[in-house]
Design a protein around this ligand. Structure first.
Ligand SMILES: Nc1ncnc2c1ncn2[C@@H]1O[C@H](COP(=O)(O)OP(=O)(O)OP(=O)(O)O)[C@@H](O)[C@H]1O
Ligand SMILES: [Mg+2]
Length: 375
């Protein structure tokens, strides 16, 4: 395997995460009997492997018997509201159906036509600017269009479809809570009506944290997969996949990689990729002496870019956190110099992680080391 830090791993090169893979496979298996597939939430911090797991789940569906149609959809920040989201989702469904190899010409034309006409929203004559407009028209569209697609295109060929929504936290209009709840309502009612459409989304680890009791059903509805960094065993499997065919000392290198990365997937991928390139210039068995160079490239390739998106005050705030003795900090001592907003803003940017109630930490010890070294 050649690591690519900026891309999700290919499903056939996917490593570890056995518990989550088993849970998903069990759910698929039991959906054969019940006629409805459970919905999943894959939750984790930045760069921890969310997209990779979603793609792996999707590939599990592709190979399943009876057939389940996976529809993958990356929720980007420019999807400005729930109505746009609903439209884009229907388009992705049409594309997934059209990509299926066993379609006759007639049904192909029907799907193309469905994609174009989907539904007339004329009936929803409310002021487009209100939040209710986007929510009610978006859900009307989904309800109508997906039921139609189920009946005409999905059910004849598949026993169900799963929508894989990557980075759902990006859909925050009107609010994250509204969208979590409305998606739950939508897919739960499909389940009740015997329409086997379900959803598997990824989002930040604290996605449900802002949802208070009113929306609790939205939380309970999903099987939650919290993604942690790799264990030392998974790190060894990763090291073997990258360096298995070289003369590199696998056990020593994997321990060293674990010491540096603590199993964080992005850093594992970045550092392994760097070592891999170096190995092909000059062979080595142990990478320890290469660390200075690797860290320098990590600074330029990643940490400097992290800081480039911040204001001076935000950078000062991060440095103050890095300078504290503890790994995890309590906001109180910072309250005088920095408004509490900073915690939220840097959290949204993925640089600060909420480690527990009233506890925060920088997203990775290597980032902390970088901030400490570059005053
Ligand atoms: N199970 C895995 N096996 C092998 N490599 C993995 C695995 N999971 C993640 N990776 C690698 O780790 C890096 C980060 O993974 P990925 O992009 O899936 O994370 P993410 O949580 O979706 O990140 P982001 O927060 O940027 O969306 C990538 O290089 C990916 O190839
Ligand atoms: Mg991702």
């Amino acid at each position: 395997m050649l690591p690519e830090p900026n891309f999700p791993v290919k499903p056939d090169e996917f490593i570890g995460r056995q518990i989550h893979l088993d849970t998903f496979a069990d759910a698929l298996q039991s959906s054969v009997g019940t006629g409805r597939m459970a919905s999943f939430a894959v939750l984790g911090d930045w760069g921890i492997g969310k997209s990779s797991l979603l793609l792996k789940f999707a590939s599990t569906c592709s190979g399943s018997i009876p057939r389940i149609l996976p529809v993958t959809f990356s929720v980007s920040k420019d999807i400005s509201d729930y109505l746009r989201f609903a439209e884009a989702l229907c388009d992705r469904l049409a594309d997934a159906l059209l990509a299926s190899d066993s379609l006759g010409t007639a049904i192909r034309a029907e799907i193309e036509n469905w994609k174009l006409t989907r539904v007339s929203l004329g009936a929803v004559a409310i002021d487009r600017k209100t939040r209710q407009y986007y929510l009610s028209s978006g859900s009307a569209l989904l309800r109508h269009a997906l039921s139609e697609a189920w009946e005409h295109f999905i059910q004849p060929a598949y026993s169900g479809a799963v929508f894989f929504l990557d980075d759902l936290h990006n859909l925050a209009t009107p609010t994250v809570q509204d969208t979590a709840l409305i998606i739950r309502d939508q897919f739960q009612s499909f389940g009740i009506e015997g329409v086997n459409l379900s959803v598997c989304f990824s989002a930040k680890r604290d996605y449900f944290a802002g949802i208070r009791s009113f929306a609790e059903p939205a939380v309970r509805f999903y099987n939650k997969c919290f993604l942690d960094p790799f264990t030392p065993e998974e790190t060894l499997a990763y090291t073997r996949a990258v360096f298995g065919s070289t003369q590199v000392d696998l056990l020593g290198t994997s321990q060293w990689l674990y010491e540096k990365t603590f199993g964080h997937l992005y850093f594992l991928a970045f550092i392994s990729r760097d070592l891999w390139s170096q190995y092909h210039v000059r062979r080595f068995t142990n990478p320890v002496h290469l660390w200075q160079g690797v860290f320098g490239r990590l600074e330029r390739g990643k940490f400097t870019t992290d800081l480039a998106q911040l204001s001076d005050k935000e950078i000062a705030f991060l440095r103050a956190i890095a300078a504290s003795d503890e790994d995890e900090i309590n906001p109180a001592p910072f309250a005088q110099r920095f408004h509490p907003q900073y915690f939220r803003r840097l959290g949204d940017k993925g640089l600060l992680i909420r480690a527990g109630r009233g506890r925060y930490k920088l997203y990775h010890p290597l980032f902390r080391q970088f901030l400490q070294q570059h005053e």
